[in-house]
Design a protein. Sequence first.
Length: 252
Amino acid sequence: RETVVEDSSRPILFDTSLSNSGVPYASIEIVFNDKNLWANLGDEHPLSIKYNIFDASRWHPILDAESRPYLESMHEELGPFYEEVRLKPKISESQRQKRMATIRKEIRDSFVQVRSHHNLDRKETVFDDHVATVLTSGCEILERIEITDASEIERVRDVWKSAWEAYNEARLELVHLPEEESRRKPQLEAEVERRREAFRLASRQFELYDIDGHWRAKLARAIPTGMKFVGRAFHFTQSDSKDIRKYIMENY
C-alpha cells in the first residue's frame, strides 16, 4: 500500500508555528541581573526580542532612580533573591525505565480503584501496550519538534513532498506508456523503483517530525475498532510517581 500526500487543508493536531525556535524558552517576559529587573514591552518570542535593555520602547525597568532610595530607606534587601542550585546528574537509562514503569503502575492502579469505587467491571479496564508505545513515540516527536529549527523541519517536508511528486510522475508515465514505446518499459520500471526508494527514505525522515500525518494515522490503526482516542501531552519537571498520578487523576 503506497503512502499518499494528504490534503494540507485538514485541521492539524499540533501547531508548530511558534514552537520550532530551537531555543529552550517559548517566551521571555522579564530579564534581570543583580541591579534591576526589566519588563519586556514587545514581542515575547525569544527570536523576535531586541535585547537592548536601554531602549525604553522595548524594556521597562522595575526599579527606577526614585524607587531604589525608597527601598533602601525601608531596609529592603536588594541583593540576589535566589540561592545557587546544583543540578543532579542525568539518570541512567535503567533508572529511567524503572521510574517509567513505576509511574505507569501508579496510574493503572488508580484507574482500577476508581472503576471499582463506581461499581464498574474491572475487567473492562484494558491497558494496551501497543497503544502506549505509539503514544510514547508521539511524545518523542513533539519533543523533537520543540528542539529543531522550523526551517529544518520545512526543508525535510519539502524533500518528502518533492520525492512523492517525482515518484508519482514516473509511476503514471509507466502506467500510461503507449504500446509503441514498450521498449522503454524496463528503463521506466528501473526509474520508478529508484524514485520509490528515494520517496521511502524521505518519508522515513519526515516521520520524525510529522505529528499530524504519519503518527496520527499510526495511532488510528492502533486503536481498537469502534473506539476513539482523546488525550493530551504532559511535561513534568519531576519524576515522583505519586505526585504525577495524583495530578492526572485529580484533573483528568
